[in-house]
Design a protein around this ligand. Structure first.
Ligand SMILES: NC(=O)c1ccc[n+]([C@@H]2O[C@H](COP(=O)([O-])OP(=O)(O)OC[C@H]3O[C@@H](n4cnc5c(N)ncnc54)[C@H](O)[C@@H]3O)[C@@H](O)[C@H]2O)c1
Length: 450
């Protein structure tokens, strides 16, 4: 039935069906969240593996939080399919949570937004008032630019047959305090009543509060700006981590000292910025600004600084090994952690990958110890993946890339026996240097003089 003047009554009675298109890191917890909030849910994903797992009551993803909450079978309140046409006609509200990556040229790749939208609009009935919400991260203007022509081509009229809205997702995968049920949301929609209806709907999903912010484009821009700000802040400390060692100063000591001031924001330098959001989303704004002829130097430079970090670390490795009379060109390098972030198995945009590429280009052989990383996404041409500490081969230098608990809590005494002169570079500044040195390790730290 979609949007009409009974929406809030049906919402209160949980008599609404919510469709989710794209059941990945964002879509699956969203679908499960609305199911738990009492709504009927329809889930669509074009990947057969995802739907087959869900049909069998299994978790298709790598977040264990979902293991026990996936319904064991389909019912009136939970149906999944690879085909939008099967389920879209059931839905009052449809949330689209498909990927928004960048191309090899680092330009916005909106093909998933377009194909998901086309399939939805083809299946929406005329006069249904279906509300279609884009949740994927985009630049301001995408929802209209991509979807308006598609809905018109499907013979639909915006504001009558279908209502468009945008509600960015802000959750952090693997972080129980910032999941889809906790984070604050913003909703943009041209129709204020629809926007406020959606605000009330999302209010049943999250305890974090939901704000109707007016125009679609404001909500679209807000999301990308949130991630641009993080990229900029991290780029600043990463640049400082290159400056201060040259001056003989440890950047962490400087940041600790500066952080005693009330309004200093403490960020941590590292091997690089990973994940599906921060290293990707700024390119959306960069491209849109460029195309519009607006200046975008600072955001572009921040990206370049963060992107250079893995290569900087690879160069540091050559210097360190030289100092130990070893050559990087025939060295064996152990990367501790491969996922882009501690505690999760997601390797998308991990800085470990460009680091392994740079080390490989210098002639090094790379092995990685990561008990969590999703091995379906591991590039076996770049490195060997080792799951158990005992299976680690002899190495010349270890680089801590991802601060998994399983890495920090390794048996460092045993690991040191796999090297003639155990050397470690802490790329996240999380290790206990005194303890390691007492075990005979030679320790180098990102951001400290080598
Ligand atoms: N992962 C995060 O932490 C996070 C956080 C906030 C926002 N986002 C944004 O959310 C969006 C989705 O990200 P994600 O991490 O969930 O991606 P994902 O790759 O984990 O999942 C996307 C899913 O969409 C499916 N899909 C692709 N095209 C489809 C189509 N036409 N119809 C139906 N299903 C389709 C894929 O098979 C996949 O399962 C992106 O825009 C991302 O930037 C992600």
């Amino acid at each position: 039935m979609g949007w009409d003047n009974t929406f809030s009554k049906r919402l209160a009675a949980r008599d609404l069906t919510v469709g989710v298109i794209g059941l990945g890191y964002v879509g699956l917890p969203t679908a499960l969240g609305f199911l738990d909030a009492g709504f009927s849910v329809r889930g669509v994903d074009v990947t057969q593996r995802v739907i087959s797992a869900l049909e069998a009551g299994q978790n298709p993803g790598d977040d264990p939080q979902h293991d026990d909450i996936i319904p064991s079978s389909q019912s009136d309140s939970w149906k999944v399919s690879t085909n939008s046409a099967d389920l879209v006609p059931d839905c009052d509200v449809i949330l689209v949570t498909v990927p928004t990556p960048v191309t090899e040229e680092r330009l916005p790749d909106l093909k998933y937004v377009a194909s998901a939208g086309a399939a939805v609009f083809d299946a929406v009935a005329k006069n249904s008032g279906t509300i279609v919400v884009l949740e994927s991260t985009v630049y301001p203007g995408v929802t209209r630019e991509i979807w308006s022509p598609l809905l018109e081509a499907a013979g639909l009229v915006e504001g009558e047959d279908v209502h468009l809205a945008y509600c960015p997702e802000r959750f952090v995968p693997g972080d129980e305090e910032h999941g889809v049920r906790q984070v604050a949301r913003v909703v943009g929609a041209p129709n204020k009543e629809v926007g406020e209806g959606l605000r009330d709907l999302y209010d049943t999903l999250t305890t974090g509060g939901v704000t109707y912010v007016g125009a679609l484009e404001v909500a679209e821009a807000a999301k990308v700006v949130e991630n641009v700000q993080r990229d900029l802040n991290i780029a600043l400390v990463n640049e400082l981590a290159r400056i201060f060692p040259v001056l003989g100063i440890d950047v962490e000591e400087v940041l600790d000292a500066a952080a005693t001031k009330w309004n200093f924001h403490r960020y941590r330098p590292g091997v690089g910025v990973g994940g599906h959001c921060i290293p990707v989303d700024p390119y959306y704004l960069i491209e849109k600004a460029r195309a519009a002829g607006a200046p975008v130097e600072l955001i572009t430079s921040a990206r370049a600084v963060n992107r250079a970090m893995p290569e900087n670390v690879a160069k540091d490795m050559a210097t360190i090994l030289n100092g130990h009379e070893l050559s990087i060109s025939d060295s064996n390098i152990l990367l501790l952690g491969w996922s882009y972030k501690a505690g999760i198995g997601d390797p998308r945009e991990t800085p470990a990958e460009p680091l392994a590429v740079a080390l490989g280009a210098m002639g090094a052989t790379v092995q990685t110890f990561d008990p969590l990383v999703d091995d379906r996404l591991f590039p076996t041409d770049l490195a060997t993946l080792v799951r158990a500490e005992d299976d680690i081969s002899p190495f010349d230098i270890a680089i801590l890339v991802t601060a998994h608990d399983e890495v920090i809590g390794m048996d460092w005494a045993k690991l040191s026996e796999k090297s003639n002169q155990p050397i470690i570079y802490d790329g996240r500044r999380v290790l206990n240097v005194e303890m390691l040195e007492s075990l005979g390790w030679c320790v180098y730290l990102l951001g400290a003089p080598l």
